[in-house]
Design a binder for this molecule. Sequence first.
Ligand code: UT7
Length: 340
Amino acid sequence: MQEIKKSVGIIGIGTYLPEKVLTNKDLEKMVDTSDAWIVERTGIRERRIAESDIATSDLAACAAEKALSDAGVSADEIDLIIVATVTPDMLFPSTACLVQDKIKASKAAAFDLSAGCSGFVYGLVTGSQFIQNGIYKKVLVIGAEALSKIIDWDDRNTCVLFGDGAGAVVLGEVESGYGILGVELGADGSGGDLLKMPGGGSRLPATMESVNNRQHFLQMSGSDVFKFAIKVMGEAAVKALDGAGLTNEDIDCLIPHQANNRIIQSAAKRLKVPMEKVIVNVDKYGNTSSASIPIAMDEAIKSNKIKDNDIVVLVGFGAGLTWASCVIKWCKEGNTVASK
Ligand code: UT7
Protein backbone atom coordinates (compact mmCIF):
# COMPACT_ATOMS: atom_id res chain seq x y z
CA MET A 1 0.00 0.00 0.00
CA GLN A 2 1.12 3.57 -0.72
CA GLU A 3 1.94 5.58 2.42
CA ILE A 4 -0.25 8.69 2.81
CA LYS A 5 1.19 11.32 5.20
CA LYS A 6 -1.71 13.79 5.44
CA SER A 7 -5.10 12.99 3.93
CA VAL A 8 -5.78 15.28 0.98
CA GLY A 9 -9.05 15.54 -0.89
CA ILE A 10 -11.25 17.65 -3.09
CA ILE A 11 -13.02 20.28 -0.98
CA GLY A 12 -14.66 22.17 -3.84
CA ILE A 13 -15.34 21.63 -7.52
CA GLY A 14 -16.60 23.77 -10.41
CA THR A 15 -16.83 23.68 -14.17
CA TYR A 16 -17.33 26.05 -17.03
CA LEU A 17 -18.57 25.19 -20.52
CA PRO A 18 -18.95 27.72 -23.33
CA GLU A 19 -22.58 28.27 -24.38
CA LYS A 20 -22.10 27.74 -28.11
CA VAL A 21 -23.10 24.20 -29.15
CA LEU A 22 -21.75 22.53 -32.29
CA THR A 23 -23.83 19.48 -33.25
CA ASN A 24 -22.97 16.55 -35.49
CA LYS A 25 -25.49 17.96 -37.96
CA ASP A 26 -23.51 21.22 -38.03
CA LEU A 27 -20.34 19.21 -38.76
CA GLU A 28 -22.06 17.44 -41.66
CA LYS A 29 -22.08 20.84 -43.38
CA MET A 30 -18.36 21.36 -42.76
CA VAL A 31 -16.67 18.02 -43.61
CA ASP A 32 -17.55 14.69 -45.23
CA THR A 33 -19.06 13.04 -42.15
CA SER A 34 -22.43 12.01 -40.73
CA ASP A 35 -24.21 12.13 -37.42
CA ALA A 36 -24.64 8.34 -37.67
CA TRP A 37 -20.86 7.72 -38.11
CA ILE A 38 -19.89 10.02 -35.25
CA VAL A 39 -22.46 8.58 -32.83
CA GLU A 40 -21.67 4.97 -33.71
CA ARG A 41 -17.86 5.32 -33.60
CA THR A 42 -17.53 7.76 -30.69
CA GLY A 43 -20.85 8.33 -28.87
CA ILE A 44 -20.46 12.09 -29.37
CA ARG A 45 -23.58 14.07 -30.34
CA GLU A 46 -22.49 17.65 -29.68
CA ARG A 47 -19.65 19.68 -28.20
CA ARG A 48 -19.12 23.23 -26.87
CA ILE A 49 -17.04 25.80 -28.73
CA ALA A 50 -15.48 28.92 -27.18
CA GLU A 51 -16.07 32.28 -28.86
CA SER A 52 -13.19 33.70 -30.93
CA ASP A 53 -12.13 36.16 -28.21
CA ILE A 54 -12.09 33.52 -25.44
CA ALA A 55 -8.90 31.65 -24.51
CA THR A 56 -8.12 28.79 -22.14
CA SER A 57 -7.34 31.08 -19.20
CA ASP A 58 -10.85 32.60 -19.48
CA LEU A 59 -12.50 29.17 -19.27
CA ALA A 60 -10.12 28.14 -16.48
CA ALA A 61 -10.78 31.27 -14.39
CA CYS A 62 -14.58 30.77 -14.61
CA ALA A 63 -14.28 27.13 -13.46
CA ALA A 64 -11.82 28.15 -10.71
CA GLU A 65 -14.20 30.77 -9.30
CA LYS A 66 -16.98 28.19 -9.08
CA ALA A 67 -14.67 25.68 -7.34
CA LEU A 68 -13.57 28.34 -4.83
CA SER A 69 -17.17 29.26 -4.09
CA ASP A 70 -18.10 25.56 -3.71
CA ALA A 71 -15.22 25.09 -1.25
CA GLY A 72 -16.00 28.30 0.65
CA VAL A 73 -12.37 29.31 0.13
CA SER A 74 -11.30 32.77 -1.02
CA ALA A 75 -8.79 33.26 -3.85
CA ASP A 76 -6.23 34.79 -1.48
CA GLU A 77 -6.14 31.55 0.53
CA ILE A 78 -4.84 29.59 -2.48
CA ASP A 79 -1.15 28.65 -2.18
CA LEU A 80 -0.64 27.09 -5.61
CA ILE A 81 -2.43 26.98 -8.98
CA ILE A 82 -1.74 24.15 -11.42
CA VAL A 83 -3.32 24.38 -14.86
CA ALA A 84 -3.25 21.19 -16.91
CA THR A 85 -3.68 22.08 -20.57
CA VAL A 86 -2.49 21.37 -24.09
CA THR A 87 -3.99 24.63 -25.31
CA PRO A 88 -2.25 27.33 -23.22
CA ASP A 89 -3.11 30.92 -24.14
CA MET A 90 0.49 31.20 -25.38
CA LEU A 91 3.83 29.40 -24.91
CA PHE A 92 4.66 31.70 -22.01
CA PRO A 93 3.75 33.08 -19.55
CA SER A 94 1.94 30.04 -18.21
CA THR A 95 -1.84 29.92 -18.30
CA ALA A 96 -1.70 29.34 -14.54
CA CYS A 97 -0.10 32.79 -14.08
CA LEU A 98 -2.83 34.36 -16.23
CA VAL A 99 -5.48 32.64 -14.10
CA GLN A 100 -3.73 33.73 -10.89
CA ASP A 101 -4.10 37.35 -12.05
CA LYS A 102 -7.70 36.93 -13.28
CA ILE A 103 -8.99 35.42 -10.02
CA LYS A 104 -6.70 37.58 -7.82
CA ALA A 105 -5.02 34.69 -6.05
CA SER A 106 -2.17 36.99 -5.19
CA LYS A 107 -0.18 34.71 -2.87
CA ALA A 108 -0.39 31.61 -5.12
CA ALA A 109 2.55 30.08 -6.94
CA ALA A 110 1.46 29.02 -10.43
CA PHE A 111 2.57 26.66 -13.17
CA ASP A 112 1.21 24.71 -16.13
CA LEU A 113 1.38 20.98 -16.53
CA SER A 114 1.48 19.19 -19.89
CA ALA A 115 0.28 15.59 -19.81
CA GLY A 116 -2.40 15.64 -22.51
CA CYS A 117 -5.76 14.28 -21.49
CA SER A 118 -4.18 12.75 -18.35
CA GLY A 119 -3.25 16.26 -17.26
CA PHE A 120 -5.96 16.84 -14.67
CA VAL A 121 -5.17 13.63 -12.77
CA TYR A 122 -1.43 14.37 -13.06
CA GLY A 123 -2.23 17.81 -11.58
CA LEU A 124 -4.33 16.33 -8.79
CA VAL A 125 -1.51 14.00 -7.76
CA THR A 126 1.14 16.74 -8.07
CA GLY A 127 -0.91 19.30 -6.14
CA SER A 128 -1.76 16.85 -3.37
CA GLN A 129 1.95 16.25 -2.65
CA PHE A 130 2.42 19.84 -1.47
CA ILE A 131 -0.41 19.46 1.05
CA GLN A 132 0.61 15.98 2.18
CA ASN A 133 4.09 17.29 2.93
CA GLY A 134 2.80 20.32 4.82
CA ILE A 135 4.21 22.86 2.36
CA TYR A 136 0.84 24.28 1.27
CA LYS A 137 -2.71 24.18 2.63
CA LYS A 138 -4.91 24.93 -0.39
CA VAL A 139 -4.14 24.08 -4.01
CA LEU A 140 -6.26 24.86 -7.07
CA VAL A 141 -6.01 22.26 -9.83
CA ILE A 142 -7.61 23.13 -13.17
CA GLY A 143 -8.03 21.15 -16.38
CA ALA A 144 -8.89 23.62 -19.14
CA GLU A 145 -8.87 23.44 -22.92
CA ALA A 146 -9.82 25.56 -25.90
CA LEU A 147 -9.17 22.70 -28.32
CA SER A 148 -11.31 24.30 -31.02
CA LYS A 149 -8.42 26.74 -31.54
CA ILE A 150 -5.94 24.01 -32.57
CA ILE A 151 -8.32 21.76 -34.49
CA ASP A 152 -7.96 21.40 -38.24
CA TRP A 153 -11.57 22.03 -39.18
CA ASP A 154 -10.93 20.44 -42.59
CA ASP A 155 -9.77 17.12 -41.06
CA ARG A 156 -12.77 14.86 -40.44
CA ASN A 157 -10.56 12.38 -38.55
CA THR A 158 -10.11 14.82 -35.67
CA CYS A 159 -12.51 17.76 -35.93
CA VAL A 160 -15.56 15.73 -34.89
CA LEU A 161 -13.96 14.54 -31.65
CA PHE A 162 -13.02 17.54 -29.53
CA GLY A 163 -14.70 20.30 -27.54
CA ASP A 164 -13.86 23.19 -25.21
CA GLY A 165 -14.38 23.43 -21.45
CA ALA A 166 -12.80 23.66 -18.02
CA GLY A 167 -13.06 21.94 -14.66
CA ALA A 168 -11.40 22.98 -11.40
CA VAL A 169 -11.02 21.61 -7.90
CA VAL A 170 -9.73 22.99 -4.62
CA LEU A 171 -7.55 20.52 -2.74
CA GLY A 172 -7.20 20.67 1.03
CA GLU A 173 -6.54 18.49 4.04
CA VAL A 174 -9.45 16.16 4.85
CA GLU A 175 -10.33 13.66 7.57
CA SER A 176 -8.03 10.70 7.81
CA GLY A 177 -9.17 7.82 5.61
CA TYR A 178 -10.83 10.13 3.06
CA GLY A 179 -9.56 11.88 -0.05
CA ILE A 180 -6.83 10.48 -2.30
CA LEU A 181 -6.02 6.91 -1.30
CA GLY A 182 -4.01 5.60 -4.25
CA VAL A 183 -2.43 6.93 -7.44
CA GLU A 184 -0.81 5.73 -10.64
CA LEU A 185 0.96 7.95 -13.16
CA GLY A 186 2.78 6.73 -16.24
CA ALA A 187 4.21 7.67 -19.60
CA ASP A 188 5.51 6.08 -22.78
CA GLY A 189 7.28 8.79 -24.74
CA SER A 190 7.90 6.41 -27.65
CA GLY A 191 4.26 7.06 -28.59
CA GLY A 192 4.69 10.84 -28.71
CA ASP A 193 4.17 10.98 -32.48
CA LEU A 194 0.70 9.46 -32.25
CA LEU A 195 -0.93 12.60 -30.85
CA LYS A 196 0.76 15.97 -31.20
CA MET A 197 0.78 19.52 -32.44
CA PRO A 198 4.16 19.68 -34.22
CA GLY A 199 4.43 23.40 -34.98
CA GLY A 200 5.05 26.42 -32.78
CA GLY A 201 7.70 25.03 -30.44
CA SER A 202 11.51 25.07 -30.64
CA ARG A 203 11.57 22.05 -32.99
CA LEU A 204 9.41 23.69 -35.62
CA PRO A 205 8.98 27.42 -35.01
CA ALA A 206 6.18 29.10 -36.94
CA THR A 207 7.03 29.87 -40.56
CA MET A 208 4.84 30.47 -43.60
CA GLU A 209 5.70 26.91 -44.58
CA SER A 210 4.68 25.40 -41.24
CA VAL A 211 1.38 27.26 -41.41
CA ASN A 212 0.74 26.20 -45.01
CA ASN A 213 1.57 22.60 -44.05
CA ARG A 214 -1.08 22.78 -41.29
CA GLN A 215 1.51 21.92 -38.64
CA HIS A 216 -0.06 24.20 -36.04
CA PHE A 217 -3.05 21.91 -35.75
CA LEU A 218 -3.59 18.81 -33.62
CA GLN A 219 -2.58 15.61 -35.43
CA MET A 220 -3.59 12.15 -34.27
CA SER A 221 -3.34 8.55 -35.32
CA GLY A 222 -6.78 7.73 -33.92
CA SER A 223 -6.73 3.95 -34.17
CA ASP A 224 -3.28 3.68 -32.49
CA VAL A 225 -4.39 5.93 -29.63
CA PHE A 226 -7.57 3.87 -29.40
CA LYS A 227 -5.58 0.62 -28.96
CA PHE A 228 -3.32 2.24 -26.37
CA ALA A 229 -6.33 3.56 -24.43
CA ILE A 230 -8.07 0.19 -24.36
CA LYS A 231 -4.96 -1.42 -22.88
CA VAL A 232 -3.88 1.21 -20.42
CA MET A 233 -7.14 2.39 -18.80
CA GLY A 234 -7.85 -0.82 -16.91
CA GLU A 235 -4.19 -1.38 -15.98
CA ALA A 236 -3.79 2.15 -14.57
CA ALA A 237 -6.97 1.91 -12.49
CA VAL A 238 -5.96 -1.47 -11.06
CA LYS A 239 -2.53 -0.09 -10.05
CA ALA A 240 -4.09 2.92 -8.31
CA LEU A 241 -6.59 0.65 -6.53
CA ASP A 242 -3.75 -1.64 -5.48
CA GLY A 243 -1.93 1.36 -4.01
CA ALA A 244 -5.04 2.09 -1.96
CA GLY A 245 -5.30 -1.53 -0.79
CA LEU A 246 -8.53 -1.93 -2.80
CA THR A 247 -9.70 -3.93 -5.81
CA ASN A 248 -12.00 -3.33 -8.76
CA GLU A 249 -14.86 -4.76 -6.68
CA ASP A 250 -14.62 -1.75 -4.37
CA ILE A 251 -15.37 0.78 -7.14
CA ASP A 252 -18.63 2.69 -6.53
CA CYS A 253 -18.08 5.22 -9.31
CA LEU A 254 -15.72 5.12 -12.29
CA ILE A 255 -14.92 8.43 -13.99
CA PRO A 256 -12.96 7.73 -17.17
CA HIS A 257 -11.53 10.31 -19.54
CA GLN A 258 -14.32 11.13 -21.98
CA ALA A 259 -12.78 10.49 -25.40
CA ASN A 260 -14.91 7.79 -26.95
CA ASN A 261 -17.84 5.78 -25.62
CA ARG A 262 -16.31 2.56 -27.00
CA ILE A 263 -13.10 3.16 -25.00
CA ILE A 264 -15.15 3.90 -21.87
CA GLN A 265 -17.22 0.72 -22.27
CA SER A 266 -14.11 -1.36 -22.85
CA ALA A 267 -12.43 0.04 -19.70
CA ALA A 268 -15.57 -0.68 -17.67
CA LYS A 269 -15.72 -4.23 -19.04
CA ARG A 270 -12.06 -4.91 -18.26
CA LEU A 271 -12.57 -3.61 -14.73
CA LYS A 272 -15.85 -5.54 -14.41
CA VAL A 273 -17.66 -2.36 -13.40
CA PRO A 274 -21.33 -2.19 -14.53
CA MET A 275 -22.16 0.81 -16.71
CA GLU A 276 -24.57 2.16 -14.01
CA LYS A 277 -21.43 3.00 -12.01
CA VAL A 278 -19.64 4.68 -14.92
CA ILE A 279 -19.97 8.39 -15.62
CA VAL A 280 -20.45 9.17 -19.33
CA ASN A 281 -21.07 12.64 -20.78
CA VAL A 282 -18.98 12.40 -23.97
CA ASP A 283 -22.27 12.66 -25.90
CA LYS A 284 -22.74 16.27 -24.72
CA TYR A 285 -19.21 17.69 -24.69
CA GLY A 286 -16.99 15.47 -26.86
CA ASN A 287 -13.37 15.08 -25.79
CA THR A 288 -12.37 18.12 -23.71
CA SER A 289 -8.92 16.61 -22.97
CA SER A 290 -7.68 17.59 -19.50
CA ALA A 291 -11.09 19.12 -18.63
CA SER A 292 -13.11 15.97 -19.23
CA ILE A 293 -12.60 14.22 -15.89
CA PRO A 294 -13.38 17.19 -13.61
CA ILE A 295 -16.40 18.12 -15.77
CA ALA A 296 -17.73 14.55 -15.51
CA MET A 297 -17.00 14.46 -11.78
CA ASP A 298 -18.82 17.73 -11.13
CA GLU A 299 -21.87 16.44 -13.01
CA ALA A 300 -21.76 13.16 -11.08
CA ILE A 301 -21.66 14.98 -7.74
CA LYS A 302 -24.46 17.38 -8.68
CA SER A 303 -26.67 14.51 -9.88
CA ASN A 304 -25.99 12.50 -6.67
CA LYS A 305 -24.21 9.73 -8.54
CA ILE A 306 -21.38 10.14 -6.04
CA LYS A 307 -22.37 9.73 -2.39
CA ASP A 308 -20.48 10.05 0.88
CA ASN A 309 -18.07 7.16 1.51
CA ASP A 310 -18.07 6.12 -2.16
CA ILE A 311 -14.85 4.86 -3.70
CA VAL A 312 -14.38 6.97 -6.84
CA VAL A 313 -11.79 6.05 -9.46
CA LEU A 314 -10.56 8.61 -11.97
CA VAL A 315 -8.65 7.27 -14.96
CA GLY A 316 -7.29 9.00 -18.03
CA PHE A 317 -4.91 8.57 -20.97
CA GLY A 318 -3.59 10.96 -23.54
CA ALA A 319 -0.81 12.65 -25.47
CA GLY A 320 2.70 11.83 -24.40
CA LEU A 321 1.62 9.11 -24.35
CA THR A 322 0.51 9.28 -20.74
CA TRP A 323 -1.88 7.63 -18.34
CA ALA A 324 -3.06 8.53 -14.85
CA SER A 325 -5.43 7.17 -12.25
CA CYS A 326 -6.44 8.23 -8.79
CA VAL A 327 -8.63 6.54 -6.14
CA ILE A 328 -10.63 8.86 -3.90
CA LYS A 329 -12.81 8.09 -0.91
CA TRP A 330 -15.48 10.72 -1.21
CA CYS A 331 -17.08 12.62 1.64
CA LYS A 332 -17.83 16.20 0.74
CA GLU A 333 -19.34 17.09 4.12
CA GLY A 334 -16.53 15.44 6.05
CA ASN A 335 -14.04 17.11 3.79
CA THR A 336 -15.54 20.52 4.40
CA VAL A 337 -15.53 20.06 8.17
CA ALA A 338 -11.94 18.89 8.18
CA SER A 339 -10.79 21.69 5.94
CA LYS A 340 -11.89 24.44 8.31
O1 UT7 B 1 -8.05 11.86 -25.58
C1 UT7 B 1 -7.12 11.16 -26.31
C2 UT7 B 1 -7.28 11.57 -27.72
N1 UT7 B 1 -7.86 10.76 -28.67
C3 UT7 B 1 -8.67 9.69 -28.60
O2 UT7 B 1 -9.02 9.21 -27.59
C4 UT7 B 1 -9.13 9.06 -29.87
C5 UT7 B 1 -8.97 7.59 -29.88
N2 UT7 B 1 -9.43 7.04 -31.12
C6 UT7 B 1 -10.73 6.97 -31.46
O3 UT7 B 1 -11.59 7.37 -30.71
C7 UT7 B 1 -11.08 6.31 -32.77
O4 UT7 B 1 -9.93 5.68 -33.30
C8 UT7 B 1 -11.67 7.29 -33.83
C9 UT7 B 1 -13.06 7.73 -33.39
C10 UT7 B 1 -10.77 8.50 -33.98
C11 UT7 B 1 -11.80 6.62 -35.18
O5 UT7 B 1 -12.57 5.44 -35.06
P1 UT7 B 1 -12.06 4.08 -35.71
O6 UT7 B 1 -13.11 3.09 -35.50
O7 UT7 B 1 -10.70 3.80 -35.12
O8 UT7 B 1 -11.98 4.44 -37.23
P2 UT7 B 1 -10.72 4.48 -38.19
O9 UT7 B 1 -9.76 5.54 -37.81
O10 UT7 B 1 -10.20 3.09 -38.33
O11 UT7 B 1 -11.42 4.91 -39.55
C12 UT7 B 1 -12.40 4.11 -40.16
C13 UT7 B 1 -12.92 4.83 -41.39
C14 UT7 B 1 -11.83 5.38 -42.29
O12 UT7 B 1 -12.24 5.18 -43.63
P3 UT7 B 1 -11.61 4.00 -44.51
O13 UT7 B 1 -10.15 4.30 -44.55
O14 UT7 B 1 -11.93 2.74 -43.77
O15 UT7 B 1 -12.32 4.15 -45.79
C15 UT7 B 1 -11.85 6.85 -42.00
O16 UT7 B 1 -11.42 7.64 -43.10
O17 UT7 B 1 -13.73 5.94 -41.00
C16 UT7 B 1 -13.31 7.10 -41.73
N3 UT7 B 1 -13.55 8.28 -40.93
C17 UT7 B 1 -14.71 8.96 -40.96
N4 UT7 B 1 -15.84 8.77 -41.65
C18 UT7 B 1 -16.85 9.64 -41.45
C19 UT7 B 1 -12.72 8.88 -40.04
N5 UT7 B 1 -13.32 9.95 -39.50
C20 UT7 B 1 -14.55 10.03 -40.06
C21 UT7 B 1 -15.63 10.91 -39.88
N6 UT7 B 1 -16.77 10.67 -40.60
N7 UT7 B 1 -15.58 11.95 -39.05
